[in-house]
Design a protein around this ligand. Structure first.
Ligand code: NDP
Length: 445
């Protein structure tokens, strides 16, 4: 790391003790930014990094709710409004028992650069709760969402802060959250949340966007080596929103996706994952992957273990942070891997990223590769503002153009800063310079 940035890093780490995922995200970005400060000493004078690492606002609140038996539960809610230099805070809500401030801050910090890379007018934020939706009835989920929004509503708005989904928050939860926002404010403010249902302000392609976008980004990386998805053997982690649509898109481009996972294990299906069956089990029935193996001839389920034990030429980590470590990366590389695109946020540990880069593997970091979700959320906001709704084809075309644009900007920036082919450097510098310029222009705020 550039020595001028080390002191800032040390201050950030000391000011935010115990937030290890936030530390990891900050260090990863700082490691790319030395050359930028050679060219832009004004960023150092303006203390841009110090300001960037301190969220503009952090909200932590109590979320009380009752289960179906009438028992009272209390969870903790978060919204970190990180940076509004480029537009209203924008980023998802995560409901998962592992959620604490350090996770929300890592996600919000990443979101600033990701949103800048899309070229859309959106700032960075993130939120969520340590609520565990697994095994809860629809009525319990609704009561939780209503209680969560009863506090959150006063902090958000279409020109202020626009949440969306993430792990544990999909169309059902966005519906309950939107209903409660509307009820409290007496406003049909479509642009306050994205990921809405198609019949009430949502955008076609939004559910597919993150997974599709990840595969489009990977396809652009493969093209730089004269390759494509056609004929690739793909391994995916996760089996939620991002994973399912990444699998569908990769297979539509001629790949065979042979494995995917959830938090209890993984399935192997050498004939290629049946996306219809997977979606039925995970999205409709909210079941487990063991069900897939039971219903699909030729497929097997491995309880526990790591999906990265399955060999493939392309890996798409689409589950959660730090799910792919250095050992798993080394095994994938020795098994013939050529490319990795992160559908999830920060799924590869720092040592895994080093292994991939040292082996010359094409590596697309999450803040670039999975930006299709938030980009399509911005397209949803655009449609809401103009009271319009676009066709699937038109929206998918826009998503494709945006992902190709992000790929090309990352590649060009990496080249410009002396690191050709390094998409980590390209994404970090590309996103950072845009935000830093806007922060300087807007004065000391
Ligand atoms: P979902 O809740 O739909 O699916 C998450 C998947 O990951 C599930 O298969 C889940 O398994 C698995 N998973 C979650 N946490 C863990 C864990 N701690 N260990 C092992 N497996 C885990 O979430 P999404 O698909 O929306 O999100 C997946 C990733 O993509 C996240 O990193 C998210 O931040 C990122 N992302 C999502 C976007 C979106 O538009 N939704 C946009 C950009 C990034 P199980 O069901 O067993 O819990």
């Amino acid at each position: 790391m550039d020595s001028r940035l080390e002191a800032v890093r040390d201050t950030v780490l000391a000011r935010n003790p115990g937030e290890k995922e936030f530390h990891q995200a900050v260090i990863e970005v700082f490691e790319s930014l030395g050359p930028v400060h050679d060219r832009h000493p004004e960023f150092l004078e303006g203390a841009i990094l110090e300001r960037l690492c301190e969220p503009e606002r952090q909200i932590i609140f109590r979320v009380p709710w009752t289960d179906d038996a009438g028992r009272v539960h209390v969870n903790r809610g978060f919204r970190v409004e990180f940076n509004s230099a480029l537009g209203p805070y924008k980023g998802g809500l995560r409901f998962h028992p592992s959620v604490y401030l350090g996770i929300v801050k890592f996600l919000g910090f990443e979101q600033i650069f990701k949103n800048a890379l899309t070229g859309m007018p959106i700032g960075g934020g993130k939120g969520g709760s340590d609520f565990d939706p697994r095994g809860r009835s629809d009525a319990e989920i609704m009561r939780f969402c209503q209680s969560f929004m009863t506090e959150l509503y006063r902090h958000i708005g279409e020109y202020t802060d626009v949440p969306a989904g993430d792990i544990g928050v999909g169309g059902r939860e966005i519906g309950y959250l939107f209903g409660q926002y509307k009820r409290i404010t007496n406003r049909y403010e479509s642009g306050v949340l994205t990921g809405k249902g198609i019949s009430w302000g949502g955008s076609l392609v939004r559910p597919e966007a993150t997974g599709y976008g990840t595969v489009i980004f990977a396809q652009e990386m493969l093209k730089t080596r004269g390759a494509s998805f056609d004929g690739q053997r793909v391994v995916v982690s996760g089996s939620g929103n991002v994973a399912i649509h990444a699998i569908a898109k990769a297979q539509s481009l001629g790949a065979t996706v042979v494995a995917c996972s959830d938090s209890a294990g993984y399935i192997v299906d050498e004939a290629g994952i049946d996306v219809g069956l997977l979606s039925q089990i995970k999205e409709v029935e909210r079941g487990r992957l063991t069900e897939y193996a039971a219903r699909r001839p030729g497929a097997s389920h491995v309880a526990g273990g790591s999906v990265w034990d399955v060999n493939g030429t392309v890996a798409l980590p689409c589950a959660t942070q730090n799910e792919l470590d250095g050992d798993a990366a080394a095994k994938l590389v020795s098994n013939g891997l050529i490319a990795v695109a992160e559908g999830a946020n920060m799924p590869s540990t720092r040592s895994a990223v080093s292994v991939f880069q040292e082996a010359g593997i094409l590596f697309g970091p999450g803040k670039a590769a999975n930006a299709g979700g938030v980009a399509t959320s911005a397209l949803e906001m655009q449609q809401n503002a103009s009271r319009d709704s676009w066709s699937f084809e038109h929206t998918e075309q826009r998503l494709t153009e945006i992902m190709v644009g992000i790929h090309d900007r990352c590649a060009a920036t990496a080249e410009e800063y002396g690191a050709p082919g390094n998409y980590v450097v390209g994404a970090n510098i590309g996103g950072f310079v845009k935000v830093a310029d806007a922060m300087l222009a807007q004065g000391l705020i």
